[in-house]
Design a protein around this ligand. Structure first.
Ligand SMILES: Cc1cc2nc3c(=O)[nH]c(=O)nc-3n(C[C@H](O)[C@H](O)[C@H](O)COP(=O)(O)OP(=O)(O)OC[C@H]3O[C@@H](n4cnc5c(N)ncnc54)[C@H](O)[C@@H]3O)c2cc1C
Ligand SMILES: Cc1cc2nc3c(=O)[nH]c(=O)nc-3n(C[C@H](O)[C@H](O)[C@H](O)COP(=O)(O)O)c2cc1C
Length: 658
C-alpha cells in the first residue's frame, strides 16, 4: 500500500484519527442515559446471564458472560438516578466493586469482581455509552474501521463482529486497487483479482456495503439500549413476560424465532398468556393473537382488529352497498374487532364528499343494516369511529389527492386556531364557545344514533390533525384562552366531548380514543411523554382503550418509518400509565402481532392496509399457524382446511431444503 500512503484508523471508540477530522468524517455522537462499568470475574458463567436486582434506589443489573476458560465479563449497568442514589458517584474503584459484589453476591458464588483499571487512582470508571456514527468513513488518506467509525450498544454484543467484517471488506477493496494512484485507467488486473478500482471507487464500495450492515445493527442496538434505559417500565411484569420482553427487546428476535430456539419455553409463555387472557378459564398452548380480550362487558374473540379506514365512497354521508360488502367481508374474515372508517358527526365535519356520516336517519338505517349483518354472520364486534375533520375538511377523495382542497363547492372549515393545514388549504375559523357547544352536541347525537344501530363500541378520533387533534397539538393550537397553552388546557375541549359521549353511551359498552402519540416534531410538538399524560386524561373520563397512532398532525412531520414503527408509543402508554392499548402501523405478519402481544407492548393489534387487500388476514394467519379453533364461516371451512394443509406442506418442504 506504500504507493497510496494510507492510514487505516482502527483505534477504537476514542479514535484520535477520527476526532482530529471531526467535521470531515461527519461524526455524530449520541451519549446514552445509563451508567455502566466494565468489570470481570473469575466466576465462569455457563450461559449469557442477565442479573437484575432491585435496590432502594432503583434497579441495577449485570450482563455477564464467559470470555475465557476461567473468566467472565461482568458489566454492571443502572440509571443515573440509581447510580447517584447508591453513591457510586462518590466512590473509588475498590469501594464501587465491593458494593457491586454485595448487590450481585448470589450470582458470584464468592468470586471477586476485577477491574482492568484497578491500578488507576481516582473514581471507578463508570461510563455513559456513546453511540458513534460517521457520515463519511474516509477523509484524505485516513480510513476508519470498527469502533472508530461506528459503535453499537454492548447489550447486543456485535462490535467485534462488525470491526472484523469491516476489516475483511476493506482488505477486499484494497486488494483490488490498481497498481498505483497514477496508473492510467481502471480495469487493469490488480493483485487481488477482478477489475482494478480507483481509490475513490474502492472506498465508496467499502462504505456503501459496510454502512448498510452497521445501520441494521445500530437500529437493533438502539431498541435494545432504550429497553435497558426504560427497564423500570417493565419491572411489574411477571418474570415470564419480563424474560420474553428482554429477549425480544431489539426486535431482531420474534415469537417464531423463539419457538425455533426453545419451543418448550415458548409454549410456557403461550399457556401463561392464555391463562391470563381468560382469567384462568383456559391455558391453551396457542398463539397470543387468538386469545380473547375483554373491555367492559364486550369480549372480542381475538386480538386482531381492522383499523379504521376511510373508503371515500359514500354519497351524502350514507354508507351503501360497497360499505355493506366491505365491512361484511372483513367481519367474516376472522378479525375480532372491526372499526368503521372515520364517520363524521356533521356534513361540514366530513373530510371529503365521500365520507360516511352519522347525523340523520338515512345514515342510521344504512349503518344498522351493516351492523346487523356483522352480528348475524360473524363473531366479530364492530366499533363506530366518530370524528370531525376540522382544518383538514373540504378536501378531495383520498385517491384524488390527500388533503387537497376541492376544486369547487368547498365548505368553510373550523379548528382550534386560524392555522391552515398547508398553504393550499383554507385558513380555518377559530372555534367560538358556541361552536364548541354545537360540535359536542353533534358528537353526543351521533353516539345515540350509533346505539340505535347496535354498535358494540364507539371510538372518538382525536388524532391525525383533525378537529380535536387541532386542539391537542401545540403546532395547530395557538389559542390564548383556557383552551390553549399548556397540555391541560389544550385537552379541555377534547375531554369535554369525550365525557359527554361517555355519558350518552351505555356503561357496559366500551369506548376508545384514537390519539397521535407524537407529532414527529421533536420537542416542538406532542412527544411520547405527553402521550402518556393524554392517555391518562382520557382514561379518567372513561376511555377503556387507547388506540395509539402517530403523526399526520402537521404537514412537515418527520416520521421514522419501519416495521411496527408506532408500537413503541403503545408500549410506553400501556406500561407507564398501565392502560389497555392498541398498536397500529406497519404491522403485517402474524409473527409481529404475536411478538407485540406476548411482550406486553399492546393488548390489541390493528392492521389497516393488510386488511384492504386481504379481508381474510386473520383466517390466513390461523391456517399458517395451524390454529383451528377460529371462527370461520361454515361455508368457507373447506377453503381454510385446504390452505392450512398446503401451507404446512410448503413449510415442511422448505425445512427439508435447509
Ligand atoms: C462494555 C462493553 C462490552 C462489550 N462486549 C462486547 C461483546 O461481548 N462482544 C462484542 O463483539 N463486542 C463487545 N463490545 C464492543 C467491542 O469491544 C468493540 O466493538 C470492538 O472491540 C471494536 O474493535 P476495534 O478494533 O474497532 O476497537 P478496539 O477493540 O477498541 O481496539 C482499538 C485498539 O486501538 C488501540 N489504540 C487506540 N489509540 C491508539 C494509539 N493512539 N496508538 C496505538 N494504539 C491505539 C487501543 O489500545 C485498542 O487496542 C463491548 C463494548 C463495551 C463498551
Ligand atoms: C385508505 C386508508 C384510510 C384511512 N382512514 C382512516 C380513518 O378513517 N380513521 C383513522 O383513524 N385512520 C385511518 N387510516 C389510518 C389507519 O387506520 C392506520 O392507522 C394506518 O394506515 C397505519 O396502519 P397500517 O400500517 O396497518 O396501514 C387510514 C389508512 C388508510 C390506508
Amino acid at each position: 500500500m506504500r504507493e497510496y500512503d494510507l492510514i487505516i484508523a482502527s483505534d477504537g471508540i476514542n479514535s484520535l484519527f477520527r476526532d482530529a477530522q471531526h467535521n470531515a468524517f461527519g461524526v455524530d455522537v449520541d451519549v446514552r442515559a445509563n451508567k455502566f462499568v466494565w468489570l470481570g470475574t473469575t466466576k465462569v458463567f455457563d450461559a449469557f446471564t442477565f442479573a437484575f436486582e432491585e435496590t432502594e434506589h432503583g434497579w441495577i443489573w449485570a450482563h455477564a458472560y464467559r470470555f475465557a476458560p476461567d473468566c467472565s465479563t461482568f458489566i454492571v449497568e443502572c440509571s443515573e438516578e440509581t447510580w447517584r442514589g447508591l453513591g457510586f458517584d462518590r466512590m473509588d474503584q475498590p469501594e464501587a466493586r465491593a458494593v457491586c459484589e454485595q448487590v450481585f453476591a448470589k450470582y458470584l458464588d464468592g468470586h471477586r469482581l476485577m477491574s482492568n483499571a484497578a491500578h488507576l487512582p481516582g473514581p471507578a470508571v463508570w461510563l455513559n455509552f456513546r453511540r458513534i456514527k460517521c457520515e463519511r468513513w474516509s477523509s484524505g488518506n485516513v480510513i476508519l474501521l470498527g469502533d472508530a467509525a461506528h459503535t453499537a450498544h454492548f447489550s447486543i454484543g456485535s462490535g467485534t463482529k462488525l470491526a472484523l467484517e469491516d476489516a475483511i471488506k476493506l482488505a477486499d477493496v484494497l486488494n483490488r486497487l490498481r497498481s498505483s494512484p497514477s496508473s492510467p485507467r481502471e480495469g487493469d488486473q490488480p493483485k487481488g483479482g477482478g477489475a482494478a478500482l480507483s481509490l475513490e471507487a474502492a472506498l465508496d464500495e467499502y462504505q456503501a456495503e459496510r454502512s448498510l450492515e452497521v445501520l441494521k445493527l445500530q437500529n437493533s442496538a438502539r431498541n435494545s439500549t432504550e429497553w435497558f434505559e426504560t427497564l423500570e417500565r417493565y419491572a411489574h411484569f411477571e418474570p415470564l413476560q419480563f424474560a420474553y420482553s428482554l429477549l425480544t427487546r431489539s426486535q431482531r428476535i420474534s415469537h417464531e424465532n423463539l419457538r425455533l430456539r426453545d419451543r418448550e419455553w415458548l409454549e410456557t409463555v403461550e399457556r401463561w398468556f392464555w391463562k391470563r387472557a381468560t382469567g384462568g378459564r383456559s391455558n391453551k398452548t396457542a398463539p397470543p393473537m387468538f386469545a380473547p380480550f375483554r373491555l367492559r362487558e364486550m369480549e372480542v374473540m381475538n386480538r386482531i382488529t381492522v383499523s379504521p379506514m376511510a373508503m371515500y365512497s359514500a354519497v351524502d354521508g350514507i354508507p351503501n352497498d360497497f360499505h355493506f360488502v366491505h365491512y361484511g367481508e372483513r367481519a367474516i374474515g376472522g378479525a375480532g374487532l372491526i372499526f368503521t372508517e372515520m364517520t363524521c358527526v356533521s356534513s361540514e365535519g366530513r373530510i371529503s364528499p365521500g365520507c360516511t356520516g352519522m347525523w340523520n336517519e338515512d345514515q342510521v338505517s344504512a349503518w344498522k343494516r351493516i351492523v346487523d349483518f356483522v352480528h348475524a354472520n360473524s363473531k366479530a364486534k364492530i366499533c363506530l369511529q366518530l370524528g370531525h375533520s376540522g382544518p383538514k375538511g373540504s378536501t378531495k377523495l383520498g385517491w384524488e389527492g390527500n388533503d387537497v382542497p376541492l376544486d369547487e363547492d368547498n365548505w368553510p372549515v373550523m379548528a382550534a386556531s386560524a392555522v391552515s393545514w398547508s398553504p393550499v388549504n383554507q385558513v380555518p375559523r377559530p372555534m367560538t364557545r358556541a361552536d364548541m357547544d354545537a360540535v359536542r352536541d353533534e358528537f353526543v347525537a351521533a353516539v345515540r344514533m350509533g346505539l340505535e344501530c347496535g354498535f358494540d363500541m364507539v371510538e372518538l378520533h382525536a388524532a391525525h390533525g383533525y378537529l380535536l387533534s387541532s386542539f391537542i397539538t401545540p403546532l395547530q393550537n395557538k389559542r390564548t384562552d383556557e383552551y390553549g397553552g399548556p397540555l391541560g388546557n389544550r385537552l379541555r375541549f377534547p375531554l369535554e366531548v369525550f365525557a359527554a359521549m361517555r355519558a350518552a353511551w351505555p356503561s357496559d359498552r366500551p369506548m376508545s380514543i384514537r390519539i397521535s402519540a407524537t407529532d414527529w416534531a421533536g420537542e416542538d410538538g406532542i412527544t411520547p411523554q405527553d402521550a402518556v399524560l393524554i392517555g391518562e386524561a382520557f382514561a379518567r373520563e372513561g376511555a377503556d382503550l387507547i388506540d395509539v397512532s402517530a403523526g399526520q398532525t402537521w404537514a412537515d412531520q418527520q416520521p421514522v418509518y419501519g416495521r411496527m414503527f408506532q408500537t413503541p408509543f403503545s408500549d410506553r402508554i400501556r406500561n407507564e400509565a398501565r392502560l389497555a392499548t392498541m398498536a397500529v402501523g406497519n404491522i403485517y405478519e402474524p409473527d409481529h402481532a404475536n411478538s407485540i402481544l406476548a411482550a406486553g407492548r399492546a393488548d390489541l393489534v390493528a392492521l389497516a392496509r393488510p386488511h384492504l387487500i386481504d379481508p381474510f388476514w386473520t383466517l390466513r394467519a390461523a391456517a399458517q399457524l395451524d390454529y383451528r379453533d377460529v371462527a370461520v364461516p361454515p361455508q368457507y371451512l373447506n377453503g381454510l382446511t385446504q390452505l392450512a394443509r398446503n401451507l404446512k406442506r410448503d413449510a415442511e418442504a422448505a425445512a427439508l431444503k435447509v
